[in-house]
Design a protein around this ligand. Structure first.
Ligand SMILES: [Zn+2]
Length: 809
């Protein structure tokens, strides 16, 4: 058992190796061979064959990343015990051929919360109810949407196993799903699948999956479905390793209520999804489950059987799997030399230098080799400068590089010819340069001159070397860089004085735009603390370069987070922590409390259902559903609580609202002035999406282009256009305001070419409508966003639209 890192809340994370004693003694040697097979495309056949003869298959299992899916983690001690004590000759043979690597708990913080919550309510009427809040420090269930951007500490620990350290050939992540569907899902996945991933990976997923289905049914485990429901076109979860030449898989067991058994009547079984439409004997599920009791011990039984099966398949195919890994490495490198693109170029000079630095470090963490150009050169009449970042495609993880550096086109597949399209399961865009607002371009063919001028980038990559270290003076951080906001908030935290410039400054031929930050009063250790937390360098002035600049104060921020697994609020907390932005979490139920006052400058409503916020209940159509939480977690703001929000705006507060919560501010608003008098008004905007849907508008999660209003406090530091991640929920139309209101469209959709990356049906309907609107009511501000600015910590190109909102006056 090895300690491999720490969770976001400081719990130790472990990797356990289970194999024969002989193999365990040679782990270091196998590690070295695995790396060679994965990365060395120049291995001579003879050397490769002798390495394969010596090596073992490394099979990695990551358990229960979703902490309320407790079965896989809870099964792991039983599995380890059985394997460690077995005398079964077949199992011993498997353990001779395979090194089984287990992360027994992908998300130990969440598991502790879930288990504590279960024990708290055990024996009460709320036994087995869901954990209120997110089962993670920040992101809850979204932890499997993070493997391209690697923002979360636990995910980074796990990604390092296959990106940097062990290079296992096969991996499986183990989950649970709802309790009324099939009992167990095994690969292959459903369509659509990622078009760039090699056919061999998909073929191997059939081999492992079918063996699991067969072995489960011969052990009497009914209700196993394959080629069902779960598709595999988006890289977001641990199995993103498929893009890195690993056979990556997923299993899903039907859930119980925490650890409490459930009884399912036959008529309650719902088998509906891609690949199956009823609970009948079919080729994707030859042995249906007939209903009855379903217990945690059943999940454990299925987990054990699938583990034995995976070990057996890996063992039976040891040589082939090892060879496949090195073949694929050779194949990808060969494609990189013969197929376009041959390189991606990311120029050093970018609007946001800090995001360029972050991109380089992220790619390295993903196992990608990144180079830079040593001297200027011209290619095809295009100047490429010394210091520009070059990513050659002739490397083993080529598929991954292509996937994250290109723009995405959703692989449209249909159930029947001319019939219904298979809908995306999740978002359809994850292009790193676009999400970060960076310029990049491709070179289609290998250029010898370029290859000669490359040198590896030193990691961690940074542009901080020029940091002016002085005692006192004025450090100016350009508003174009996201990191400048971090410098500003960190400096405020350290008690330094921070001002924002009112006009553009010109210095050494460069323009430092309005809205940039002047930090003064730093000396000695403070300077080095600031420097150590940054990757880009500011300009330094002995005298204040802009005496008209306005002082910045730390805003008092209230962040509304419901108890309903509010992941978007969690991502907002994560973002704020990264940027040293202080905040207080407000629960919807707090608003209505008699003593509760909004002692804030800014109140934020992230993407949450209006009904959850107001009533503490979910609404589908006209039906209202109670949530699966004890009553103290299902309180909404109520009408009284919302009154406080409206009065807060009227009295000069700022409200930022995005996604579903924007519906709070649509329609007739009423502020009670006295017992007999009300002030009634409408904010000058409506959400057009219900109308647009009638015309078949559908945007499941794609990057859309918007034009920004320049010279506005909300767009300081931004370019004139940006890419927003729209999940198709809000498209705004403004109207001429009445009374003491005003409005400006901050971001508007262009008339053509709205879709930057992903899938969007009827994008042409969006032209000129608004993606972001600023409104004034009496003295306060309301800003509505038709997208989530902190979306999964993955679209930094729009963070400034949020940061500027926090600093609105
Ligand atoms: Zn899951």
């Amino acid at each position: 058992m090895q300690e491999i890192g720490e969770s976001p809340m400081g719990k130790k994370m472990y990797l356990v190796f289970i194999s024969s004693p002989k193999n365990l003694d040679k782990l270091d040697r196998y590690k070295e061979i695995n790396r060679k097979l994965a990365l060395d495309w120049k291995l001579r056949d003879s050397e490769r064959d002798s390495l394969i003869a010596e090596d073992r298959v490394f099979l990695l299992a990551t358990l229960s990343m979703h902490s309320n899916e407790v079965g896989p983690t809870q099964a792991s001690p039983q599995i380890a015990y059985t394997l460690a004590n077995t005398t079964d000759p077949e199992m011993l043979r498997c353990l001779d051929n395979v090194v089984f690597m287990v992360v027994p708990n992908h998300n130990p913080d969440g598991m502790k919360m879930v288990v504590d919550n279960y024990n708290k309510y055990k024996g009460t009427i709320y036994e087995g109810s869901n954990l209120p809040g997110v089962y993670h420090k920040y992101v809850g269930h979204d932890n499997n949407r993070d493997f391209v951007t690697l923002t979360q500490k636990d995910n980074r620990v796990i990604a390092a196993i296959y990106n940097q350290d062990w290079f296992p050939q096969v991996m499986v992540e183990k989950h649970q799903m709802g309790s009324t569907g099939v009992r167990y899902f095994v690969p292959p996945m459903s369509d659509p699948i990622a078009q760039g991933v090699d056919e061999g990976i998909w073929n191997w997923s059939w081999v492992f999956g079918s063996a699991m289905a067969k072995d489960l049914s011969s052990a009497g485990c009914a209700g196993v479905a394959q080629h069902y429901l779960f598709d595999d076109y988006w890289p977001g979860s641990t199995a993103t390793a498929e893009w890195k030449n690993m056979v990556g898989m997923l299993t899903e067991a039907a859930s119980v209520n925490g650890a409490t058994p459930v009884y399912i009547e036959k008529n309650e079984i719902k088998v509906i999804g891609k690949g199956l439409s009823e609970n009948k004997k079919s080729i994707n599920m030859p042995l249906p489950w007939e209903g009855g009791w379903w217990r945690l011990s059943d999940i454990v039984r299925y987990e054990m059987q699938t583990t034995w099966s995976l070990l057996r398949t890996a063992s039976d195919n040891r040589e082939q799997l090892l060879k496949f890994r090195n073949n694929l490495c050779r194949k990808e490198v060969a494609k990189g030399k013969t197929q376009a693109p041959a390189y991606f170029v990311v120029p050093l000079q970018q609007h946001d230098q800090s995001e360029m630095v972050a991109l380089v470090n992220l790619l390295h963490e993903q196992g990608v080799s990144v180079a830079r150009l040593k001297e200027d050169m011209v290619w095809n009449e295009k100047m490429i400068r010394a210091g520009d970042i070059i990513i050659p495609l002739a490397q083993p993880f080529r598929t991954f590089i292509k996937e994250v550096m290109e723009t995405q086109t959703y692989p449209e597949r249909y159930y029947t010819p001319g019939g219904e399209m298979i809908k995306p399961y999740d978002i359809t865009s994850w292009s790193l340069p676009l999400n970060k607002g960076l310029i990049s371009f491709e070179i289609p063919v290998v250029v010898d001159e370029l290859d000669k001028k490359l040198e590896p980038v030193a990691i961690p990559f940074t542009l901080i070397n020029e940091f002016p270290e002085h005692d006192n003076g004025y450090w100016v951080f350009s508003a174009t860089n996201n990191e400048s906001y971090k410098a500003a908030f960190k400096s405020l935290y350290m008690g330094l004085s921070v001002n924002r410039t009112k006009a553009d400054l010109t210095f050494k031929g460069k323009t430092i735009p309005a809205g940039s930050f002047i930090i003064a009063g730093a000396k000695g250790k403070m300077v080095s603390v600031l420097k150590d937390s940054l990757t880009i360098s500011p300009e330094w002035f002995a005298e204040n370069p802009d005496t008209s600049s306005t002082p910045l104060l730390v805003p008092r921020i209230g962040l509304v987070e419901s108890w309903f697994s509010d992941m978007d609020a969690g991502w907002t907390r994560f973002l704020f922590d990264q940027y040293h932005i202080p905040f207080t979490v407000i629960r919807p139920g707090d608003f209505a409390k008699k003593t509760f006052e909004l002692n804030f400058d800014v109140v934020i409503f992230p993407d949450e259902d209006k009904n959850v916020l107001i009533e503490g209940k979910k609404k589908k159509g006209e039906e209202v559903y109670t949530a699966d939480y004890p009553p103290e977690f299902t309180k909404g703001m109520g009408k009284e609580g919302f009154q406080k929000v409206l009065k807060f705006i009227k009295n000069g507060g700022t409200v930022l609202s995005w996604g579903g919560s924007t519906a709070l501010f649509e329609g007739l608003m009423t502020i009670k002035i006295s017992e007999t008098e009300n002030e009634e008004f409408r904010f000058p905007f409506t959400n057009l999406v219900p109308e647009l849907k009638k015309s078949k508008f559908n945007c499941p999660g794609s990057l859309l282009k918007v034009d920004l209003l320049t010279n506005h406090p909300l767009t300081l530091g931004m370019k004139a256009e940006a890419g927003i991640m729209s999940e198709g929920g809000q498209v705004f139309q403004t109207s001429v305001p009445s009374f003491d209101m005003d409005r400006r469209v901050i971001a508007r959709y262009p008339e053509t070419k709205v879709l930057l990356s992903g899938y969007c049906q009827k994008e042409e309907l969006l032209g000129n409508y608004a993606a972001m609107v600023w409104m004034r009511k009496t003295k306060g501000n309301l800003v509505v966003y038709g997208f989530s600015p902190p979306f999964r910590g993955s679209v930094p190109g729009v963070y400034k639209l949020l940061f500027n909102g926090l600093l609105l006056k």
